[in-house]
Design a protein around this ligand. Structure first.
Ligand code: ZN
Length: 203
């Protein structure tokens, strides 16, 4: 079996014919030396060219692959996200600082393009809350919960949201806009929770 210690420190690329260090080659266990025959940049260029020439074929393949490997992709992307969380956050912070004007413009453009959707969603949410408010809901207590979430956000410099423990809109249940059905959670946690409701949690 091929051992890593037997590897040379450089090899000639079959494509560009340049001598390059072995870390410039992808691993290929079917090859005698355990490395791909062409260097990473040649391999990437080949992939890019193929994708360009066969755009619709590649797109169809990707859609099919994603459909058939949902669980696998979800596990990989979650672990990748966790492993690179700090790095990604630091990088995007630096990017935002260096591209302030660009980011403001993006935010503005995004808002303008989605304005109507947002207003519609907000109105729908408001009417949903109104219809889920029962006569025994304590409106003052509900207001206090929303205010607490706002104050917590200022103190902890983190966005908090008031979440309906049992969702207001769900195929299985219809939660109430009642103080006992409200909880304060971080915006991030809320986005992850989405509209999840598992009846087993309440058995
Ligand atoms: Zn090359």
């Amino acid at each position: 079996m091929f051992k890593l210690t037997e590897q040379p420190i450089a090899k000639k690329c079959a494509k560009c014919k340049k001598m390059k260090p072995i870390n410039q080659y992808c691993v290929d266990n079917s090859k005698k030396d355990g490395l791909y025959s062409s260097c990473k940049s040649c391999k990437n260029k080949k992939n890019r060219d193929y994708k360009k020439k066969n755009a619709s074929k590649v797109k169809a393949y990707n859609i099919k692959y994603r459909k058939n490997n949902k669980d696998k992709i979800s596990i990989i992307s979650k672990s990748h996200y966790e492993a690179n969380k700090e790095k990604r956050l630091a990088l995007s912070k630096v990017y935002r600082l260096n591209n302030k004007d660009k980011c403001i413009k993006w935010g503005h453009d995004y808002y303008m393009n989605h304005k109507v959707d947002w207003y519609n969603k907000k109105a729908e949410r408001r009417s949903l809350k109104n219809s889920a408010t029962v006569f025994y809901s304590d409106k003052k207590a509900i207001k206090r919960i929303y205010r607490t979430a706002h104050i917590l956000g200022i103190i902890n410099k983190c966005k908090y949201e008031v979440d309906h423990i049992i969702p207001l809109k769900h195929p299985l249940v219809c939660g109430l806009h009642h103080e006992d059905n409200l909880q304060i959670i971080t915006m991030r946690h809320n986005r992850r929770k989405h509209n999840r409701f598992d009846p087993k949690d309440y058995e």
